[in-house]
Ligand binder design. Structure first.
Ligand SMILES: NC(=O)c1ccc[n+]([C@@H]2O[C@H](COP(=O)([O-])OP(=O)(O)OC[C@H]3O[C@@H](n4cnc5c(N)ncnc54)[C@H](OP(=O)(O)O)[C@@H]3O)[C@@H](O)[C@H]2O)c1
Length: 269
């Protein structure tokens, strides 16, 4: 990778695990100034210990709370003097069928994934316009193809894609690049901490995480797309196949998706 990220101020929501952490691990050696947040103080503390000599600003913040986002973004601008790149990455998932589900599960997922993105983007907007930088969202293949058992998650990612496309058009003449990245299945903690039908943590992954794209590879694609000022990218072969086949043959994909996620009428993935 070139020295594009050197001295750039990069804000990554949810940088203590998974894809966000992998982004930080790549950006530190590239010389970026990084700000990140998460709900768990211990995980952020570990990050500070790992990168004690680097320019890393961490804040305990839940992106579903506007005032937490305000403190996070404003303190980042105070610390580094501006923002070049905002990566809206923090997200949670869910796994439950609509018929069984407490409806609050959908609200919680929307609050974190969609409203967290809206709050941080709105708060960072002037700073990113000033730097003619980038606003990115880590969306999902589920933002192009609804997935059973993840109806709230899919809704949050469809919302992100539409919202980002709309503000991309609003910001066309400002020099800001607005982009949304859609990973396919990527090895991380997200499925273990997904909400179940009661809104409690699921506690295990229904997939073999070892067989998925690594968070590091995903992060590499995201940074490459930011540097190249892309509009959007879809990751993993299965992810690309799903998005394209769904555009061309949605009825056929309905059947394939059902076959993948269900066995004998039970949601197994
Ligand atoms: N892994 C996949 O298969 C996959 C596929 C497509 C898209 N994605 C997307 O990629 C993004 C990152 O997911 P991941 O797989 O890396 O998940 P992960 O391993 O569970 O990491 C999520 C990160 O977000 C933070 N976070 C969660 N809720 C938050 C909140 N309310 N406020 C602030 N921070 C919060 C977590 O820290 P705390 O728990 O301490 O808050 C953690 O640092 C998500 O938007 C996800 O939807 C993932």
């Amino acid at each position: 990778m070139s020295n594009f990220f050197k001295n750039k101020v990069v804000v990554i929501t949810g940088g203590s695990e998974g894809i966000g952490k992998a982004l930080i691990d790549m950006l530190v050696p590239l010389g970026a100034k990084i700000a990140t947040c998460g709900r768990n103080q211990d995980k952020l503390y570990n990050l500070q210990v790992q990168y004690s000599n680097q320019l890393l600003h961490t804040v305990v913040a839940d992106v579903s709370h506007y005032h937490d986002c305000e403190h996070f973004i404003n303190s980042t601008i105070d610390t580094f003097g501006g923002i070049d790149i905002l990566i809206n990455n923090a997200g949670i998932s869910m796994r439950a069928l609509l018929k069984d589900m407490d409806i609050d599960v959908i609200r919680k997922v929307m609050d974190v994934n969609f409203y967290g993105t809206v709050y941080c983007t709105k708060l960072a907007l002037d700073a990113v316009i000033k730097s003619k930088g980038t606003i990115a969202a880590v969306s999902s293949v589920a933002g192009y193809r609804g997935l059973p058992g993840r109806s709230g998650y899919s809704a949050s990612k469809f919302a992100i894609n539409g919202w980002m496309e709309a503000i991309r058009t609003e910001l066309q003449d400002t020099g800001v690049n607005v982009m949304w990245v859609c990973p396919g299945f990527t090895a991380s903690n997200i499925r273990s901490v997904a909400l179940n039908k009661e809104g409690k943590l699921q506690g295990e992954s229904p997939l073999n995480e070892d067989k998925l794209m690594s968070a590091e590879e995903c992060a590499r694609h995201i940074l490459d797309a930011i540097e190249k000022r892309k509009r959007t990218i879809v990751l993993t072969l299965k992810g690309k196949e799903t998005v394209w086949m769904n555009k061309l043959f949605p009825g056929w994909v309905d059947k394939q998706v059902k076959k993948f996620f269900f066995k004998n009428g039970e949601l197994v993935k």
